[in-house]
Design a protein around this ligand. Structure first.
Ligand code: GRF
Length: 227
């Protein structure tokens, strides 16, 4: 796909930007249906801004503290967006909940990645909570964004087995690795139009072909036999 027909993507971040880095890397592959045209952060210190600048991607630092209300902050964000005209917004560690008004203007065109198998464990500290709950499977989700927190229609998920000796650091590192594979793949589907959000707020696939993975895997703390 030529740079011209590739979908224009703006990535919103608040921190280190490792998912941003994975999206940028994928966008440089041949025939990638998307390109990252801008990175916007509510945190001027976000590491991802430096990363983006190094790749000659336009950056916008729009701190919330510079504005009296969420509405004014979002107006500034929308203003920045109107200058770059993205097709899709990807939230990648963006620590602000977008208003219903903002989401309404970009309905079906905002994606988010969340480090749990939604609808389990929305919110923060997902790895710590997964461990405390004794979950045997954890993972990450890419979904369309609606006005709720970590709540829109699911596009895809990647599962990670929780090991008996896992701590928050080891588990989050493996989930992050899964995120870096999942997000580019799901953005690819959205950018080519193979997956979209219906007006009723559901995820629609252009073909219903599911991967061939009917096996049931039993995740026990000591072994993983196939049933
Ligand atoms: C990721 O775990 C993402 O799922 C969550 O915030 C974290 C951002 O990490 N929403 P990074 O900035 O992409 O490294």
């Amino acid at each position: 796909m030529t740079g011209k027909s590739a979908k224009r993507v703006a990535v919103f971040i608040s921190g280190r930007g490792s998912n941003l880095e994975a999206l940028i890397a994928a966008s440089t592959e041949q025939d990638c249906p998307f390109r990252i045209v801008a990175v916007l952060s509510d945190n001027p210190e976000a590491g991802g801004l430096t990363l983006a600048a190094r790749e000659n991607i336009e950056t916008f630092a729009i701190p919330r503290s510079g504005f009296g209300s969420r509405g004014e902050h979002e107006a500034a964000v929308l203003d920045a967006l109107s200058s770059i005209e993205p097709d899709i917004i990807c939230l990648a560690g963006y620590m602000r909940l977008l208003s219903a008004d903002f989401v309404g203007q970009w309905k079906g065109r905002i994606l988010n990645i969340h480090p749990s198998l939604l609808p389990n464990l929305p919110g923060l500290e997902t790895h710590k909570r997964a461990l405390a709950l004794g979950m045997r499977i954890h993972g990450c989700t890419v979904h369309f964004v609606n006005e709720g927190m970590d709540d829109g229609p699911i596009i895809g998920q990647a599962a990670v087995v929780v090991r008996p000796d896992d701590d928050e650091d080891t588990l989050s590192a493996r989930v992050l690795k899964a995120e870096h594979r999942l997000y580019p793949e799901m953005l690819r589907l959205a950018a080519t139009g193979r997956v979209r959000m219906s007006s009723g707020g559901e995820t629609v696939l252009d073909d219903a072909s599911a991967p061939d993975c009917d096996d049931i895997i039993l995740i026990s703390p000591v072994q993983s036999p196939k049933l």
